[in-house]
Write a protein that binds this ligand. Structure first.
Ligand code: SF4
Ligand code: SF4
Ligand code: SF4
Length: 252
């Protein structure tokens, strides 16, 4: 029986999402036995095959910052039945998007004093091509990848449960909840699935999995403004690229 053709492409990124897959160990190699792997740059970077490839599912990590990457992304789209944004950078602009908010020209001049480097605005991949499914997180959760990848290789687009991080958080309803302590935790508006790993380890949730689809975050942000300045709130929203998504609802 023909195995589904799957490719894992990496654009500009830290490659941490690919490492999350390798961290699955034996489970990842079991998954590889179910598919025909066309490309996985962390194992071996293969030049994009010439001619028609017809990939069943392409997972794309990172985002395009050079013309070559934009062209590659468009070629991936053309050859793929299903295209998946893998991780926060691909889905939301991620950590690289911070550059957009810091004064792009000034940042580049500070870092590259003499070199003339390309300095494009950072944009998530659905600005360039149609995306069929998003796997959230920075990095992605390997187990979650496997769960959804197994449906995707059968040609199905999975449903993503729209629950907040708070629903998985052991601090919910307790004095230890960051919000109760007037700290700007983004758990109430952020998509669950990470088992609230940051609050569990006494860190705020900064929303790396993106905001829930079924909510308007305006009321929540108004609440945060009662104890944090707009600048502090903005700084938190910039970390994982959700600021521009939130601005659709509210001008901070
Ligand atoms: S989402 Fe996070 S881990 Fe994945 S490539 Fe981007 S920065 Fe790296
Ligand atoms: S995720 Fe944050 S706001 Fe939600 S219950 Fe946990 S600590 Fe409180
Ligand atoms: S708690 Fe928030 S920042 Fe941490 S992994 Fe989950 S969604 Fe990302």
């Amino acid at each position: 029986m023909r195995k589904p053709k799957v490719a894992l492409f990496s654009l500009t990124s830290c490659e941490g999402c690919q490492f999350a897959l390798l961290d699955l160990g034996e489970k990842f190699f079991d998954f590889l036995r179910e598919i025909d792997l066309i490309d996985f740059s962390l194992i071996e970077e293969i030049p994009f095959p010439k001619g028609k490839v017809e990939i069943d599912v392409s997972f794309v990590e990172g985002l395009p910052i050079k013309k070559e990457e934009i062209n590659l992304l468009k070629k991936i789209r053309k050859e793929s039945k299903i295209l998946v944004a893998m991780g926060n950078c691909a889905a939301l602009g991620g950590i690289p998007e911070m550059k957009n908010y810091q004064g792009r020209e000034r940042t580049i001049r500070y870092i590259y004093k003499k070199l003339n480097v390309e300095n494009p605005e950072i944009k998530e991949i659905d600005n360039f091509v149609k995306v069929d499914f998003y796997i959230p997180g920075c990095p992605i959760n390997g187990e979650e990848f496997l769960k959804y990848a197994k449906e995707l290789i059968k040609g199905k687009i999975p449903e993503f449960p729209q629950k907040p991080v708070c629903s998985e958080c052991e601090h919910q309803g307790k004095e230890t909840c960051f919000l109760r302590k007037r700290e700007p935790c983004l758990g109430p508006i952020t998509l669950a699935g990470c088992q609230a790993i940051c609050p569990k380890n006494f860190q705020l949730c900064y929303g790396c999995r993106g905001i829930l689809k079924n909510i308007n975050p305006k009321g929540f942000l108004e609440t945060l403004k009662k104890f944090k300045s707009p600048k502090e709130i903005e700084d938190n929203l910039e970390i994982f690229g959700i600021k521009d998504d939130i601005e659709k609802f509210l001008k901070l």
